[in-house]
Write a protein that binds this ligand. Structure first.
Ligand code: HEC
Length: 214
């Protein structure tokens, strides 16, 4: 059977015309008819700025997230008991101790290992010998081995201070680790330090950049 081309052109031509007319009169940003609007208009909840027309019915202020009670600190966010500043390293060495609320137990050690492997391993190495994959980019012996006398005798307050504020080439981890996580990492550093000391002859010496003239 032979199909008349003219008829085919006419049919498709008029379909295109209808589509063109239907699309006319709408702005370029008009999405057209929405058959399933939920798929286009998401019902997102904003934690602190809930839409006025759909307030959260459970919380009195209509917001989805409750603000912490005034003058309180969320668990795990407790920092130094008094305001240490970047300059107060020596003070931190003497006075900052692991809070009693952070037990030295296998669970916290495991948390410490978790965050150490993510954040510290690249420089300090998996055993804390200062030989992580990034260490080759540093001047020799710049990253202290945890087997060194310096780290063996370094008070945990100093570690905390350095993790919080950073020290020379080491950046600050204040925005990455909560205070509790920092203390857990310190537990793991101390664990590695003991282990490294036990398996390394006491030859490792590392310069102490906190002392002048070094
Ligand atoms: C970019 C490499 C790098 C990373 C990542 C890094 N460090 Fe360091 N770290 C250093 C260097 C370099 C020093 C030596 C700083 C100095 O004394 O000049 C150092 C020093 C230290 C010290 C001794 C601080 C002191 O007070 O003398 C501790 C403890 C330590 N790091 C722990 C950590 C922990 C824990 C992490 C992970 C949360 C970490 N480091 C991540 C490079 C790094």
């Amino acid at each position: 059977m032979k199909i008349n081309n003219t008829i085919v052109y006419k049919i498709f031509g008029s379909m295109a015309l209808v589509a063109l007319i239907a699309a006319c009169g709408r702005g370029p940003n008009d999405p057209g008819t929405e058959y399933m609007p939920d798929m286009y208009v998401s019902q997102a909840y904003e934690p602190f700025t809930q839409l006025a027309e759909a307030p959260n019915k459970i919380n009195a202020d209509g917001k989805n997230m409750r603000e912490p009670a005034k003058r309180t600190i969320a668990q795990g966010q407790l920092d130094y008991y008094y305001p240490y500043e970047k300059e107060q390293y020596d003070d931190a060495l003497k006075n900052v101790k692991m809070p009693e609320t952070i037990a030295r137990n296998p669970e916290n050690l495991a948390i410490g290992k978790h965050f150490y492997d993510i954040n510290c391993y690249p420089c300090h190495g998996d055993q804390g010998l200062g030989d992580g994959p990034v260490s080759v980019k540093f001047p020799p012996n710049n990253i202290p081995s945890y087997a060194s006398d310096r780290i063996q005798t370094l008070a945990e307050g100093g570690m905390y201070h350095s993790i919080k504020y950073g020290k020379n080439y080491m950046g600050s981890y204040a925005s990455v680790l909560t205070p509790t996580e920092r203390w857990c990492v310190i537990q793991y550093v101390q664990y590695l330090s003991k282990k490294a000391k036990a398996s390394t002859p006491a030859t490792a010496t590392v310069k102490d950049s906190t002392k002048k003239g070094n």
